[in-house]
Design a protein around this ligand. Structure first.
Ligand code: MOS
Length: 712
C-alpha cells in the first residue's frame, strides 16, 4: 500500500468535532447509577492543630448523605512517588496549609453537597504560618541530580575579566486548567483486596494512578482500572497523583456508592500543585570577549512543611553553554503552603529565566550582541559529560530566527510608536528530552480500516491526531480510516502525557506496531494488494505490536543517559515589546520562534503548541503571580477573578513560529524529539531584555508588573 499522496501532514485534530459539539466526555461527565457528589471541606487556617469537626448541622441538611472525617476513613500509609504527597490528609491532626482537607461532604446533588460544606464547623488551634522568605532552607535531597561540579569555578571567577552576578526571582503560579481536577470512583465489592475499582480520572498518566491508589487503599493493582480519555488541560497539575483521587475512592468504599469529586476552583489552589516561588543566583565568569570560564547556579524553591518538591532549575546550566567550570546547587525552603509540582516547562523553564537573563547581562558587560555572546559559547558537545548531541540545529535556529526577525538591524527601525517605546530581546530555548518506554497495538482489518490502541491521554495537545497520522503514514491508508483508542489502562501501557514525551515515545511505538503489521503482510506474501489478499486468504484482521524501549529497560530518560548521545531540544526566541514609560504598561508586539526538535509530525498541532508556549511565556513574564497572603499565609487568590493571564487582546497576530527541518534517528524511531514545553522556555528572559532595551530598566523579578517598570 502506498498512498502518501493522500496524506496531508497538516491534519486538523481528529477529536475536534467531539470537543466542539460537547460530545467529548471528561472525567466528571461520567454519572454512574446512584453516584454521590463529593465536596471537600478545607482547614480555614494555614497552620495549627485540628481540634474538631462538627458536622451535625451539615448532616441534617436535605440531600446530604454523609460527612466523612478522619474517623470514618481508612488509615492511609505513607505514599511514594508518583504520589504528589507522602502524607495523605486525615493522617494526623496537624494543619500544614490552608484548605488541607479535614472532611468530605457527600450529597445527592452537587448543590446539597455544597450546602453541606458551608454548614460544617471546623475548629482549629491556629499557629503563625511560615511565610515565603522566612522558611527553613535545606539542601534538596532525592533522585534529582541537583548537585553538580565540573572544573574549578572559584579559580575561573578569580581569573575572569568579566563577572556577572545576579539573583532572579519568579512568583509562584498555578496551572489553572479549564477542567478542574476530578475523579469519579466506582467499586465492585468482593469484601477484601479483591474489590474492583474503576476511576474516571482527569489525569496525564493514568497507568501511574494504579500503584498509588492500590497501595493507599490496599486493593490489588490488577483490580484497578483508570479511564481517562479527554483531559481538560493538564500543564503538569494532573501529572502526579493527588489526594483527591484517593479520597474519592476511599469515600466510595465507605458509603458503598459511586462518588464523584471534582475540585471546586478555589480548592484547586491548595489540593493540587503549582509552580513554586523561586530565587536563582547566577554567577558567570567570562573573558573580555564574553567567552565563559565558569557558570555557578544556585536555586531555591519553596516546598511544603513536610512534602517536598524540588524544581531542578539548575539543570539548565548543565547543558547549555561550553563552560569549562560549572557548579550547581539546589535548595528548598519549607513554608505553610501545599506542595508544588511540575508546571509546563518545568526545570529549564525557570532555569533559563535566570541563565538567559544573565547571558543577556553578560552581553552588555562585554559589549557584544546577545546573539553573538551565545554563538561564542555554543556547546558543540554536552557540557555536562562531553557526549555528542543526538542532533542539534540550534545554530540554524539562531540564524533563521535572526533573519525572520530582522535582529541584526533592529535598531535601525523606529524606537517609538505613539506612547510606546520599542525594545527587542532574545533568548535561547531548550528542554531536556524526557523519554519513557511505551507500547502500542495496531489492527488492520481487511476492509482497510485501522485501529490504534495505546493508553495515552489528550490534554489538548493533539495526541490522537498525531498518533493516527503516524499509523496512517506507515500503512499508507487515509487518516479517515484510522480509529484511535486511548485513555484506558486496559489498553497497551505507554508513557505519560507529560514531559513533552508523547509523540516521540508513543509515536515510535505506534510506528513500530504498524511496521509489525506490514511485516506480517509481507510474511504472508500479501504485499501488492494487501486487502484483496487478506480477503482471499480469509484473514479478518492483522494485529501488530510495537514498543519504544530505553537502554537498560530504564523507566525514564531525561537527556539520553545510557546512550552514546546527549538529547535536548533547542530554539531561539526573539520578541519586540512596547513599554509605555508613563504607566509602565507592556505590550507584546511580535515574536519569532525557531526550533530544533527533530521531525515535526504535524505542522498544525506543532505550531499551535509553540504559539501557546510563547503566550504562556508572556503570561509568566508579565502577569502571573500567586501570592501567599502575608498575615494568614493562605493563597491570596482563590478564584480566577484575581488571576491575570494573557487573553486574546494581549496577543499579537504576528507570532512567527517555524522549525528547522530535521530527523533525529538517535532520539526515536520516527525522528522526533519533544516540543510540548520547549516554546514556553526563554520567553521571559527575552521579554525582560526587551524591556531593558526599551526603557533601560532591568527587572529581575517576575512577573514584570507596571510598578516594577516605574520603580526602575
Ligand atoms: Mo508538563 S509539567 O510535563 O505536564
Amino acid at each position: 500500500m502506498t498512498a502518501t499522496d493522500r496524506l496531508d501532514p497538516a491534519q486538523p485534530r481528529v477529536e475536534g468535532a467531539l470537543k466542539l459539539t460537547g460530545a467529548a466526555r471528561y472525567a466528571a461527565d461520567h454519572r454512574p447509577r446512584d453516584v454521590l457528589h463529593a465536596v471537600l471541606v478545607g482547614a480555614p487556617v494555614a497552620a495549627g492543630t485540628l481540634r474538631g469537626v462538627d458536622a451535625g448541622a451539615a448532616r441534617a441538611l436535605p440531600g446530604v448523605t454523609a460527612v466523612l472525617t478522619a474517623a470514618d476513613l481508612p488509615e492511609f500509609p505513607e505514599l511514594s512517588p508518583p504520589s504528589a504527597v507522602r502524607f495523605m490528609p486525615f493522617t494526623d491532626g496537624r494543619i500544614r496549609f490552608e484548605g488541607q482537607p479535614v472532611a468530605i461532604v457527600l450529597g445527592e446533588s452537587i448543590e446539597a453537597a455544597e450546602a453541606g460544606r458551608a454548614a460544617v464547623l471546623v475548629d482549629c488551634e491556629p499557629d503563625p504560618p511560615v511565610l515565603l522568605g522566612s522558611g527553613r532552607r535545606e539542601p534538596a535531597m532525592g533522585d534529582d541530580p541537583v548537585v553538580f561540579d565540573k572544573g574549578d569555578v572559584d579559580a575561573a571567577r578569580a581569573g575572569a575579566a568579566v563577572r556577572v552576578e545576579h539573583t532572579y526571582e519568579q512568583a509562584a503560579r498555578h496551572h489553572h486548567t479549564m477542567e478542574t481536577s476530578a475523579t469519579t470512583a466506582q467499586w465492585a465489592f468482593d469484601q477484601g483486596p479483591g474489590d474492583r475499582l474503576t476511576l474516571w480520572d482527569s489525569v496525564q498518566a493514568s497507568s501511574t494512578v494504579i500503584p498509588v491508589v492500590s497501595s493507599a487503599l490496599t486493593v490489588d493493582a490488577e483490580n484497578v482500572r483508570v479511564i481517562a480519555p479527554h483531559t481538560g488541560g493538564g500543564f503538569g497539575a494532573k501529572g502526579y497523583i493527588w489526594p483527591h483521587e484517593i479520597l474519592s475512592a476511599a469515600a466510595a468504599r465507605v458509603v458503598g456508592r459511586p462518588v464523584k469529586l471534582q475540585l471546586r476552583r478555589s480548592d484547586q489552589f491548595s489540593n493540587v500543585g503549582y509552580q513554586p516561588w523561586m530565587a536563582q543566583t547566577i554567577r558567570l565568569a567570562a573573558d573580555a570577549d564574553g567567552v565563559l570560564l565558569g557558570i555557578e547556579h544556585e536555586v531555591v524553591n519553596n516546598a511544603g512543611l513536610v512534602d517536598t518538591h524540588v524544581e531542578p532549575a539548575t539543570e539548565a546550566s548543565k547543558s547549555m553553554y561550553a563552560a569549562p567550570s560549572i557548579r550547581l546547587r539546589q535548595l528548598i525552603e519549607r513554608v505553610s503552603l501545599n506542595v508544588p509540582t511540575p508546571m509546563r516547562a518545568p526545570v529549564e523553564g525557570p532555569g533559563l529565566w535566570a541563565l538567559e537573563s544573565a547571558m543577556n547581562e553578560l552581553a552588555e558587560s562585554v559589549g557584544l550582541d546577545p546573539l553573538d555572546v551565545r554563538l561564542a559559547n555554543f556547546a558543540e558537545t554536552s557540557p555536562a559529560d562531553g557526549r555528542p548531541w543526538s542532533s542539534n540545529r540550534l545554530r540554524e535556529a539562531y540564524e533563521e530566527g535572526a533573519r525572520r526577525y530582522g535582529w541584526r538591524d533592529r535598531h535601525t527601525r523606529p524606537r517609538e510608536d505613539g506612547p510606546w517605546r520599542i525594545g527587542h530581546g532574545m533568548a535561547t530555548c531548550s528542554m531536556g528530552s524526557f523519554r519513557f518506554p511505551g507500547s502500542a497495538r495496531v489492527r488492520l482489518s481487511r476492509d482497510g480500516s485501522v485501529v490504534v490502541e495505546s493508553n495515552v491521554h489528550d490534554i489538548g495537545s493533539g495526541a490522537q491526531t498525531v498518533l493516527s497520522q503516524i499509523a496512517a503514514e506507515e500503512l499508507g491508508v487515509p487518516i479517515g480510516r484510522v480509529e484511535m483508542r486511548w485513555g484506558d489502562t486496559d489498553l497497551p501501557r505507554t508513557g505519560p502525557t507529560y514531559g513533552s514525551s508523547t509523540t516521540m515515545g508513543t509515536g515510535s511505538a505506534v510506528a513500530a506496531a504498524a511496521r509489525d503489521v506490514q511485516k506480517q503482510l509481507a510474511d504472508l506474501g500479501l504485499d501488492a494488494d494487501a486487502l484483496d489478499a487478506m480477503e482471499r486468504a480469509g484473514i479478518d484482521e492483522l494485529v501488530g505490536d510495537g514498543s519504544f524501549a530505553l537502554p537498560g529497560e530504564a523507566q525514564m530518560n531525561g537527556d539520553g543517559e545510557g546512550t552514546p548521545y546527549a538529547m535536548r531540544t533547542w530554539g531561539a526566541v526573539f520578541v519586540e515589546v512596547g513599554v509605555d514609560p508613563d504607566f509602565g504598561l507592556l505590550r507584546l508586539r511580535r515574536a519569532v520562534g525557531v526550533y530544533s526538535a527533530g521531525r515535526i509530525i504535524n505542522p498544525v498541532t506543532a505550531r499551535a503548541q509553540m504559539t501557546g508556549g510563547i503566550i504562556w511565556g508572556w503570561g509568566k513574564a508579565t502577569m502571573e503571580e500567586s501570592d501567599q497572603e502575608p498575615v494568614y499565609g493562605r493563597w491570596l487568590a482563590k478564584n480566577l477573578s484575581n488571576v491575570a493571564v494573557p487573553v486574546n487582546a494581549d496577543i499579537p497576530t504576528d507570532l512567527d513560529v517555524s522549525f528547522i527541518d530535521e530527523f533525529d534517528e538517535a532520539a526515536s524511531l520516527i525522528g522526533a524529539r519533544g516540543i510540548g514545553e520547549l516554546g514556553a522556555t526563554g520567553v521571559d528572559a527575552a521579554v525582560a531584555a526587551a524591556v531593558y532595551d526599551a526603557v533601560g530598566v532591568r527587572v529581575r523579578e517576575l512577573p514584570i508588573l507596571p510598578w516594577k517598570v516605574l520603580a526602575g
